[in-house]
Ligand binder design. Sequence first.
Ligand SMILES: Cc1cc2nc3c(=O)[nH]c(=O)nc-3n(C[C@H](O)[C@H](O)[C@H](O)COP(=O)(O)O)c2cc1C
Length: 341
Amino acid sequence: MIYSGVVDRNAAPLSIGEHEIWPPVVLAPMSGVTNRTLRALYKPFGFGLTVTEFVSSNALQYGAKRTMEMIDQHGVENPVSTQLWGNDPALMAHAAKVVRECGADIVDINFGCPAPKVTKTEGGSACLRDVDRCERIMKAVVDAVDCPVTMKMRLGWTESDLAYLEVGKRAESVGIRALTLHARTAKQFYRGTADWSHIAELKASVGIPVIGNGDLNEPHEAIRRMRESGVDGIMLGRAVLGNPWLVEGIRDLLEGRSVRPMPDAPERLRFAIVHYRTMVDEWGESRAVPQMRKHLGYYLKGFEGASQLRERLMRTETAAETLGIVEATIDRLEATAVVAA
Ligand SMILES: Cc1cc2nc3c(=O)[nH]c(=O)nc-3n(C[C@H](O)[C@H](O)[C@H](O)COP(=O)(O)O)c2cc1C
């Protein structure tokens, strides 16, 4: 494998059922963030696979427009995965059939969400407190669909109640085709750091592919984590928001190249404009403008004067006003660069 700038290509594609996924790098499901537009725009940077935000199996029974939008895979390069959450095996099986019919190549089960609105119904990471139920859910979903089923989990509910090894074994035994582990407990939420030694332990204890997740922020670090833990793939979440170039760097290393330099600030903002305009085209201005505020915040990370700019952008109400500010920022940055040269 690859290390600190000196690279060779030994990494294998990530095999999930019949899908040979290259690069073995997955865009993390992120609720309220990884909508279809973002998945389609970010995939070409070097993600082998994208996953929808999690969708409630209960809500899917009713087929509401907003729920159906969440599972829409139209225009996203294959293979694509759709993630479901729920506490009831029969409802999860039904939901799996629906998302499969709506274009999912892979169905992913969420045993990781720590949000109280989910865990109070025994969904998401709360399932990890009852490994028998986890097994029933996984088996029901595997039996319901003719495509690979994967599962994403945390370490367990608390530090003293780590379930991932047992749930991982049960997953393999019922026919789950790959596991993703976000190496934090539910009670940790996002505090502390992901403990990759558990990811290595899971990899050593099952025969199905394991995808490691948590705190990958830099290409060499990601490759080091991959190598040391022996995982088959990695998943990236927060660090790629506003910075899809991170994945380009990881792909460079995996394909035997040096990491290309990060694009300069104006180029990054030009991509932010593409993202913004695509959102407006696809979702309409009234939905795109509030949603894109947080994304512009991500794109501005590390910019000089970013906090004032972010504050101004938080108050804009129209796409034209917002884009005007971003375009003026690009002009200013370019003028400064000319003077500096
Ligand atoms: C805003 C947000 C929403 C998330 N939504 C989901 C989700 O819908 N399903 C899921 O499995 N994980 C979800 N996660 C967890 C991420 O997929 C990932 O496991 C976590 O952020 C750790 O990876 P990272 O350190 O690369 O961000 C979410 C995380 C964030 C920050």
